[in-house]
Design a protein. Structure first.
Length: 182
């Protein structure tokens, strides 16, 4: 038995295995589940040091899962960089204006995405109906689509409300910049 395997069994430290499994599950969009622990851990570790083996695996798994989701969604802890917007160290109206503009751009993009999803869902139901799917199936889909579409519309309305407020905030910031320069 290699020294590293013996050491791993002795210490029951399965952090690295947990981390790798967490990253893999996040990449494959699997739910956060630590059942793979039983495949990763050596049986002797289960007998003599189960708590440490489970704790170390869980810590590693959670960290790997979170880290991979941060990579997937472009979320990092760097407070000086938010989604491609580089902020100055000094606080300024221009900096706030830039952040508000970026948030507004993001929610407009989200609104377009939601509208596209709604249209695609409706198109798929129409295609299913036109290709001869049973009415029991298509009627169920239509009913679910009505609920889905209503939720999408509510979200779009909320986004438009926020978009309007952000536009007002942009105007106030531009006025503040003008006043500060005079």
């Amino acid at each position: 038995m290699p020294k590293t395997s013996f050491y791993k069994i002795y210490t029951a430290d399965y952090t690295s295995e947990g981390y790798e499994h967490g990253v893999e599950d996040a990449k494959k969009h699997r739910p956060n589940s630590k059942f793979r622990f039983f495949k990763a851990v050596h049986p002797i570790s289960c007998i003599f040091n189960l708590n440490n083996a489970l704790d170390s695996y869980s810590r590693g798994y959670n960290q790997g899962y979170i880290d991979e989701h941060r990579v997937i969604h472009n979320i990092y802890n760097d407070t000086n960089h938010i989604k491609g917007v580089s902020m100055q160290r000094t606080d300024s109206y221009e900096n706030h204006l830039q952040m508000v503009t970026e948030v507004k751009r993001s929610i407009v993009s989200l609104k377009r995405y939601l509208t596209d999803i709604d249209a695609k869902y409706k198109h798929q139901i129409d295609r299913a109906e036109s290709t001869g799917f049973m009415t029991n199936y298509t009627n169920t889909l239509k009913n679910k689509y009505q609920i889905f579409s209503q939720k999408i519309n509510n979200l779009v309305n909320m986004i438009e409300s926020h978009e309007s407020r952000l536009g007002e905030q942009e105007s106030r910031l531009q006025n503040s910049i003008s006043v500060a320069r005079d």
